[in-house]
Design a binder for this molecule. Sequence first.
Ligand SMILES: C[S@@+](CC[C@H](N)C(=O)[O-])C[C@H]1O[C@@H](n2cnc3c(N)ncnc32)[C@H](O)[C@@H]1O
Length: 366
Amino acid sequence: MLTQFNGQAALNGLCPYFTMFPLDFPLAILGKRASQGDRVLDPFCGRGTTNLAARIFGLPSLGIDSNPVAAAITAAKLVETSVPEIMRELRSILAGPPPRLIPEGEFWEWAFHRDTLDAICRLREAFLADGPTEARLALRGIILGALHGPQQKAFPGYLSNQSPRTYAPKPAYSIKYWRERGERPRFVDTKAVIERRAKRYFSAVPTGVGQCRLADSRQQESMQPEAPGAKFRWIITSPPYYGMRTYRPDQWLRNWFVGGPAAVDYTNMDQVVHSSPEAFAADLATVWRNAARVCTSDARMVIRFGGISDRKASPLDIIKSSLSGSGWRIRTIIQAGTAASGKRQADAFLRRRTKPLAEYDVWAVN
Ligand SMILES: C[S@@+](CC[C@H](N)C(=O)[O-])C[C@H]1O[C@@H](n2cnc3c(N)ncnc32)[C@H](O)[C@@H]1O
């Protein structure tokens, strides 16, 4: 039984991400079953929930994701820094040279007050230009979380005009929405928003270490442990559900902030393929095989998996077929969330709730 310290879970709220699982899920598994020194891997780390859970218990971890937004959020959860360091870095960037490029067009005029956009662009360019320090990685994660969201009356919590926080507003729809309501973007004090968030998320950072890689887990080299003997004993992960293909377009503003284009990015670069259940399962199988090679012989893998209802394929058939011949043997399958609990991962993803499919936790051994 490992010990968890109070207050360290706050960092998990840094930035929302689609289909994230609750922190309690990896915390419960590692807390009850892992031993000091175990290494933890998540080949589809998303916003780094598994990595943060490992860190809270002082277990070294590696998170891999091919989405730059996911990798940036996870990296921010693994830094060793402090609120004063983050604020020092912020002040120095904001006092630095003006941005070379500020995106133009109706969307940008409505989405952000021009002074706020200037500050966002300064920060964006500074992060893209320099080698990342720990404080900068934290700062980038904070801004990703604050970039867009609802307007709050008392004190602005987000940098944008009225927007959803989980997914980025699509330009045509949002311009129409803001114009119809006459909602011009208000000036937001970037420093104040960031300071509040820095205090909320980085006042009690766990001491454990971890690493995040922006990489495609279908490539074996993405999983290479730092040292040859440093194999992983735990994998706690959740691959995309079959049919969930829009991680990049739905996060296009955050994707722009980490270096992507200033427009909706419909490419699905380096993501597992969704062309058929067979092709999807084959991609997952490649990832499981790669993972088996870097795990100890007594390793455990726990996969949370489910489905979305506009794809008729059975999630259980897909996951079983992906595991067959992959080096992993299924030990147990437990039904996870139910429709009634309202906590299924798919709910966060689908704007229109459709008929839910069950979610499962699949336990496998190497
Ligand atoms: C269900 S989400 C993981 C959510 C995560 N458990 C969390 O709590 O945030 C699946 C992730 O797999 C990533 N992904 C899809 N294909 C990938 C690939 N080939 N290599 C690495 N990551 C990939 C997606 O970008 C997405 O972030």
